[in-house]
Design a binder for this molecule. Structure first.
Ligand SMILES: *[C@@H]1O[C@H](CO)[C@@H](O)[C@H](O)[C@H]1NC(C)=O
Ligand SMILES: *[C@@H]1O[C@H](CO)[C@@H](O)[C@H](O)[C@H]1NC(C)=O
Ligand SMILES: *[C@@H]1O[C@H](CO)[C@@H](O)[C@H](O)[C@H]1NC(C)=O
Ligand SMILES: *[C@@H]1O[C@H](CO)[C@@H](O)[C@H](O)[C@H]1NC(C)=O
Length: 288
């Protein structure tokens, strides 16, 4: 009896981990050895949507799969989730090297772009419904991907990240304390230039974007919210101050700031690093 309960528990655990699958041959070999995992819910429709979920430092694909609501939402709404996994010690993404800040530069951003292309092809997904979400280090990666691969994503959400280029140190494992401390004094045009330089000459439609940041974030100082606002309002050609501000939205203490139809910020009063994931709001923003 005890034994069969134990083996049932073991089987259950094995069954749960088997749901997240690794895909080893997702693209051409490049310098980054980032790993690709996917979750494919039962009953996928034709031309499904794809959500790419990029984990935080110390994260893995499995931890993000277990700890975020996207698997459950994928079961309900029937989309594929791609969980990239960092190849770097400490589980942070390369968000600081020159190579990762450029399109097709061979580092982690390039690897994730290759995963997205592979997933769209493998699942015959709808290329107009590919969405990206990232948290912390993954949020920083989300802004880089939006800058360097704008054509791959319909919409991007980043939780507690930084503006593209803010973490630049010209090394893979760099931690840029000037950025995280919120001590970069630069113009909006300077911030926007990082986006233009990530993919020079791009003139298509950029993804819709939403950023979230906590007002008492001690890891990535709140000034980073302003850097991102400066960066993306310039790129989109929006005014630098909100055209619409909604207090206590989506919850008490959070202010939603609309800068234009493609760029929204959510500033969370009294919230620290790692703004809690708001899975159902994310689905509304993506239209899933
Ligand atoms: C940190 O990032 C800023 C902005 O890109 C850059 O000017 C600065 O040199 C970086 N700091 C280090 C230590 O690389
Ligand atoms: C946009 O870029 C493409 C490819 O570089 C180019 O062929 C096209 O003329 C550009 N369109 C505009 C409006 O600049
Ligand atoms: C961000 O910008 C707002 C509006 O301009 C300003 O009130 C606020 O002090 C800035 N925050 C930081 C941390 O610089
Ligand atoms: C990520 O968040 C930062 C601010 O925290 C912002 O500058 C950047 O534009 C965001 N990127 C994306 C793709 O949402």
């Amino acid at each position: 009896m005890k034994l069969s309960l134990l083996s049932a528990a073991l089987l259950g655990a094995a069954g749960a981990t088997a749901q997240l699958k690794q895909i080893t041959d997702y693209g051409p070999a490049i310098k980054s050895a980032a790993r690709m995992f996917v979750y494919e819910p039962a009953g996928l429709p034709e031309r499904p949507a794809v959500l790419v979920g990029v984990h935080y430092c110390t994260g893995t694909a499995q931890k993000y799969y277990n700890g975020s609501p996207y698997k459950g939402l994928a079961d309900q709404k029937k989309f594929v989730v791609v969980y990239p996994e960092s190849p770097n010690e400490g589980g942070c993404w390369d968000v600081s090297s020159r190579a990762t800040l450029k399109r097709d530069g061979g580092s982690d951003s390039n690897a994730i772009a290759n995963m997205v292309r592979h997933a769209v092809d493998k699942y015959q997904a709808d290329p107009k419904r590919v969405f990206l979400i990232g948290e912390s280090s993954g949020g920083m990666m989300a802004s880089i991907l939006a800058a360097a691969y704008p054509e791959l994503f319909n919409a991007v959400i980043n939780y507690s990240g930084v503006a593209a280029g803010c973490f630049f140190t010209d090394s893979v494992a760099g931690w840029n304390g000037t950025c995280s401390g919120g001590r970069i004094d630069q113009s909006a045009a300077w911030w926007a230039q990082w986006v233009y330089d990530a993919y020079p000459g791009f003139n298509g439609t950029r993804p819709r974007m939403q950023i979230w940041h906590g007002s008492v974030d001690a890891t990535i100082a709140p000034a980073n919210y302003n850097y991102s606002v400066a960066q993306w309002t310039t790129v989109y050609g929006y005014p630098s101050t909100p055209i619409l501000e909604k207090a206590d939205t989506p919850e008490r203490g959070y202010t939603t700031q609309v800068f234009g139809d493609r760029f929204t910020g959510v500033y969370a009063q009294g919230v620290g690093h790692g703004v809690p994931v708001h899975g159902s709001e994310d689905m509304v923003f993506f239209g899933l």
